[in-house]
Design a protein around this ligand. Structure first.
Ligand SMILES: Cc1cc2nc3c(=O)[nH]c(=O)nc-3n(C[C@H](O)[C@H](O)[C@H](O)COP(=O)(O)OP(=O)(O)OC[C@H]3O[C@@H](n4cnc5c(N)ncnc54)[C@H](O)[C@@H]3O)c2cc1C
Length: 474
């Protein structure tokens, strides 16, 4: 009976996994995860991502053992480890879900080449996107750089394939290859800073299904109205589960779109459209791989950024003096996540109020987000800075006070993450500098001591930003 290796990366599930199904149909199955710590170079996974990956792998390994074939963990170069496992188990084929990011695709090619020379066959499966890259192009065959036409063309191209159920059982190899313990991969932090993430998340396939079912049952119908709120969970918080492939986007699509009336079901339609932004981001990254580090729009190479380390640190630590910005940054630090509206507010503040290069923000997000994703992070930062695809117009500078008042109207989000302001009335919680001495003192706040003074004045910072943008327009 043939033996097949399933090489796992960012497809940490057993459901709707064409590579695993193929291996199970062929005979014996050896699921493998190889930790390559250097892969990705500057964009190698950050601390929060590694924390998630560890727990997601734990959950997957438990499931694979239950199905009959324990997971093998290795560290080192994937080509070497896979070849060695193939020799040890007599496997003649390696199957895997193909990568999305350009650097990872090049890596896939190198591994395929090396294994081919060693006489091991390779089979790749596309299962991490709804529409394969290159299948959604303009009439002229160019990549879309604006979301709406991309989305319309994608939807016109038809429904994604139906997801396939997980195999009912697996046959393990005749000879079990050597495996490290998951802990040996060194994915968990040396100093435990992950308490907030443990409380908040349930990484792994069952956690993903639980989160998706609860969202569909309780919040999907109101999604279009509630998704921007900071104080109530109108969003799905599925991003880390989707990023790590704990649930396939096809599964998400079909779970949400069942019986969809595109005209009437605003919540469902809007949700699929947001999942469409993820597709857009992944397609753009493949077409424009340089955009992880360089603005898509060339004129931005002349932008007069200001690298102020004190301001960057204040932003990272949630000590800018703008409560909604600080709440979001502390939310990120504690839970490795923040809602989309919060991401837009803090990104606009960094790039436009502080004029700090968007790349500094992207790097911080990369290390701290549990859903850090090269395509979505790059698009999100370039969009906010005004230098990317379908970007926010340069003159759109988010006002952190009015954004807070609109999307956190009672100040509950701020109260939760900036507890030193918790006793302030909602009239002033987003602008404590407008509270009188008596009001501040009754709330136990001394500005500049318990909570910082504003590091910049938004009205003046906005003027400066507009002048800077004018310089590169001419
Ligand atoms: C500056 C900035 C950086 C970002 N960095 C990341 C990142 O590293 N990883 C990441 O997954 N998302 C990123 N986003 C996009 C978005 O903020 C998150 O996907 C979203 O907040 C995740 O929450 P959710 O799962 O509740 O989303 P929901 O609103 O429930 O949306 C459902 C799913 O659609 C996808 N999605 C939604 N909005 C977007 C979007 N704007 N771009 C791409 N995909 C989207 C996600 O997979 C998400 O899980 C970033 C946005 C900004 C403005």
């Amino acid at each position: 009976m043939p033996t097949t290796i399933v090489w796992y990366r960012r497809d940490l599930r057993v459901d709707d996994h064409p590579a695993l199904l193929r291996a199970a149909e062929c005979g014996r199955v050896v699921p493998v995860y190889v930790h390559e710590s250097e892969l990705g170079g500057r964009w190698a996974p950050g601390g929060a991502s590694d924390w998630w990956r560890h727990h997601s792998l734990r959950s997957l390994a438990d499931k694979l053992s239950e199905l009959g074939s324990p997971m093998v963990f290795r560290r080192g170069r994937a080509a070497d480890e896979l070849e060695q496992i193939a020799r040890a188990t007599g496997a003649d084929r390696v199957v895997f879900t193909e990568s999305i990011e350009p650097h990872a695709q090049e890596h896939d090619d190198r591994v395929e080449h090396a294994l081919g020379r060693a006489g091991v066959e390779i089979e790749r499966f596309a299962a991490n996107l709804i529409w394969p890259v290159g299948s959604v192009l303009t009439k002229a065959g160019e990549p879309y750089q604006v979301f709406s036409p991309f989305w319309k063309a994608g939807v016109r191209s038809g429904e994604p394939d139906k997801p396939q159920p997980a195999p009912k059982s697996l046959k393990g190899p005749e000879t079990a290859p050597k495996s490290l313990e998951l802990d040996d991969l060194g994915l968990l932090p040396q100093i435990d800073w992950a308490g907030g993430m443990r409380d908040r998340w349930n990484p792994g396939e069952p956690g993903a299904w639980g989160a998706l079912s609860a969202f569909i049952r309780d919040r999907l119908d109101e999604y279009h109205d509630a998704r921007n709120r900071l104080d109530i969970p109108g969003w799905s918080a599925m991003s880390p589960h989707i990023h790590f492939g704990e649930v396939s986007v096809r599964r998400v699509w079909h779970a949400v779109s069942g019986g969809l009336d595109w005209e009437k079901d605003q919540g469902r339609e809007h949700y699929l459209r947001e999942v469409g932004w993820r597709e857009f981001a992944q397609h753009l990254l493949t077409h424009f791989p340089q955009t992880t580090d360089k603005a898509l729009r060339d004129s931005f190479s002349r932008f007069p950024w200001s690298d102020n380390d004190d301001h960057l640190r204040a932003w990272q630590r949630g000590r800018t003096g703008y409560p909604v910005v600080d709440a979001a940054m502390r939310n990120l630090w504690a839970e490795g996540w923040m809602p989309n509206r919060a991401r837009m507010i803090v990104a606009s503040f960094l790039c436009k109020d502080l004029l700090i290069p968007w790349q500094r923000g992207a790097e911080w997000f990369w290390d701290t987000l549990v859903d850090a994703d090269l395509g979505s992070n790059t698009l999100g930062w370039q969009w906010t800075a005004g230098c990317g695809a379908d970007a926010a117009p340069y003159f759109r500078v988010f006002n952190p006070v009015s954004q807070g008042e609109k999307f956190d109207p009672d100040g509950d989000y701020v109260r939760r993450w900036v507890p030193e302001l918790a006793k302030l009335d909602k009239r002033v919680i987003h602008k404590p500098w407008e509270a009188g001495e008596i009001e501040l003192s009754a709330a136990g706040v001394v500005l500049g001591e318990d909570y910082p003074e504003r590091i910049v004045d938004h009205a003046r910072a906005r003027e400066k930003a507009l002048e800077a943008f004018e310089q590169i327009r001419g």
